[in-house]
Ligand binder design. Structure first.
Ligand SMILES: NC(=O)c1ccc[n+]([C@@H]2O[C@H](COP(=O)([O-])OP(=O)(O)OC[C@H]3O[C@@H](n4cnc5c(N)ncnc54)[C@H](O)[C@@H]3O)[C@@H](O)[C@H]2O)c1
Ligand SMILES: [Zn+2]
Length: 341
């Protein structure tokens, strides 16, 4: 599937140190080799700490040292970190190389590999430096999820069900009956869930590619809260991104109910589903002090999507529907943050 799309017969495969301990890179390289593609592998350290300008510069220098040309493709094999960094390198190396995304986490399969956003973090904040660079192909092999730690799998599930919450009530209802099988590794259930979730994201991106309207912003459901929680917990193992998103979606549902936008029964069903999938809907006892309402509010006011200090929220209009709101009363927000603290 990859080889016919390439402009030349050369590719640079970018992957991380954890993936290098799985059979996935060797299998991909062998398959590309059989299709007549010469592949050089470039390794980067695993984890969010690698999404930096320094790491990008190092990657670009190694690509140039290999003598890549305009017809060389970049193949990103990994989670969202590899996809974002290798994708950005592809966007700027020789003013743009073809990119193939081969996502290996559930999060990357349903979310980060699709939509063309690439980039790195700045010390001033996450994802502040980047480019839109659409992949020529996103190749999803559900079998690679077999080596993914279960906690990472559940975190990715939060983004999978997010697409159902904002746009596809039918998918949510299907997931209510099939989440166990999706999480346990049933290949058909997994493929169906990923296909339908990714279809939601792809349709939104196709309609609002560069987030010029409010449509693409709907993908940030739960994320105004999540980004604040991640900032306060340091973007690491304390709270994985998907876990922060699960907490954030629970808050967004509560706020939506409080503002009369979402039926309480829909919100209750959503929270029950998240909890049933092993995702947090309340901060763990040990995190409550760090995630105090005042601290969360202060971070939200500095969010890059806040306009004049007023954070924007994607709120639920009932299961399967959402809208962007810039006029959330501070008192309602404080009440929701405090109710759970
Ligand atoms: N570009 C976008 O639109 C977009 C959207 C959402 C998230 N993101 C970005 O994605 C990143 C998070 O992505 P992630 O959750 O995939 O994290 P990640 O890339 O750090 O992967 C999670 C962990 O799993 C390991 N891993 C990956 N695949 C594996 C496999 N098959 N088997 C065993 N281990 C494996 C990785 O080495 C890493 O330790 C964040 O930087 C976030 O900003 C980008
Ligand atoms: Zn997210």
């Amino acid at each position: 599937m990859v080889a016919p799309l390439l402009r030349g017969c050369r590719a640079v495969l970018v992957t991380d140190a954890n993936l290098a301990r799985t059979p996935h890179p060797v299998r991909l390289e062998a398959a590309l080799g059989r299709a007549g593609v010469r592949v050089d592998r470039l390794l980067m350290p695993a984890g969010e700490a690698s999404k930096t300008m320094a790491c990008l510069a190092g990657l670009l220098e190694r690509m140039l040292a290999l003598g890549v040309d305009r017809k060389t493709a970049v193949v990103a094999l990994g989670g969202g970190v590899v996809g974002d960094l290798a994708g950005f390198a592809a966007a700027v190396c020789l003013r743009g190389l073809d990119l193939i995304q081969v996502p290996t986490t559930l999060l990357a399969q349903v979310d980060s590999s699709v939509g063309g956003k690439t980039g790195v973090d700045s010390p001033r904040g996450k994802n502040l430096i980047g480019a839109f660079h659409q992949p020529r192909l996103v190749l999803i092999d559900t079998a690679v999820l077999g080596s993914l730690p279960p906690r990472e799998l559940r975190a990715g599930y939060a983004e999978l069900v997010k697409h159902a919450f904002i746009r596809d009530r039918g998918l949510f209802e299907w997931l209510e009956g099939h989440a166990d099988r999706v999480l346990a590794g049933d290949p058909e259930a997994r493929a169906e869930a990923i296909r339908r979730s990714v279809a939601v994201k792809a349709a939104i991106v196709a309609a609002d590619e560069h987030e010029t309207g409010d449509l693409r912003a709907l993908l940030n459901f739960g994320h105004t809260f999540a980004h604040a929680y991640e900032t306060l917990t340091g973007y690491g193992d304390v709270l994985l991104h998907g876990e922060a998103v699960s907490l954030g979606m629970a808050r967004a549902f509560a706020l939506s109910v409080r503002l009369g936008l979402c039926p309480a029964a829909d919100a209750a069903r959503a929270l029950e589903h998240l909890a049933g999938a092993g995702l947090p809907v309340e901060p763990a006892a040990g995190l409550r002090a760090r995630l105090a309402p005042e601290a969360v509010l202060a971070v939200m006011r500095r969010d890059k999507k806040a306009e004049a200090g007023a954070p924007a929220f994607v709120l639920s209009d009932g299961l399967g529907r959402a809208s962007l709101r810039r006029d959330v009363p501070a008192a309602a927000l404080m009440a929701v943050l405090s109710a759970h603290a």
